[in-house]
Write a protein that binds this ligand. Structure first.
Ligand SMILES: [Zn+2]
Length: 161
């Protein structure tokens, strides 16, 4: 099935971002406009890669590039890996990625549902044991939130959903 792509203007995207409590941020090496919103104060954030080109405010190669939502957590420098990006002494690591959001007529609805998934993925409170982010996991007895540092540090901090 061939999707029918639509052009999303920088203004349309900006107002969508505002309505969903996102703010534009500077993101190292990004060539598209990136928006951010806190997922768990100081420890995790949600980013939207808009596919809107920074230079000319236009969608990049309409149809070829999709909008993406990711969640990043702040980790201490002893735990950096290849997916880590350094932002002025703050270190963030990608911990969740959405399915791509194609630039089709329903892009707002589709993007909103990815944002809801991202919000669900991170508990609004930090780990009660070590103060890192807590993320949604699937267990034998259902879904629960547990410390992102498990199993790296062995922290067993958790919260029910
Ligand atoms: Zn912990």
């Amino acid at each position: 099935m061939a999707a029918r792509y639509v052009e999303i203007s920088a203004e349309e995207f900006e107002s969508f971002a505002e309505e969903n409590y996102f703010e534009q941020i500077e993101y190292p090496r990004a060539r598209e406009i990136v928006y951010a919103r806190e997922a768990q104060a100081g420890h995790a954030r949600i980013l939207i890669f808009s596919s809107i080109h920074i230079g000319n405010g236009k969608g990049r190669d309409v149809g070829k590039d999709a909008v993406r939502v990711i969640v990043q957590a702040k980790v201490d420098s002893n735990n950096v890996d290849t997916q880590t990006v350094n932002v002025s002494s703050e270190t963030w690591r990608v911990i969740w990625k959405s399915k791509r959001v194609h630039r089709v007529k329903n892009w707002r609805k589709n993007l909103e549902s990815r944002i809801v998934d991202a919000i669900d993925y991170v508990h609004p409170d930090p780990c009660p044991e070590c103060n890192n982010a807590m993320i949604l996991r699937e267990g034998k007895y259902g879904r629960f939130y547990s410390c992102i540092m498990w199993p790296k540090t062995g922290c067993r901090g958790r919260q029910n959903t």
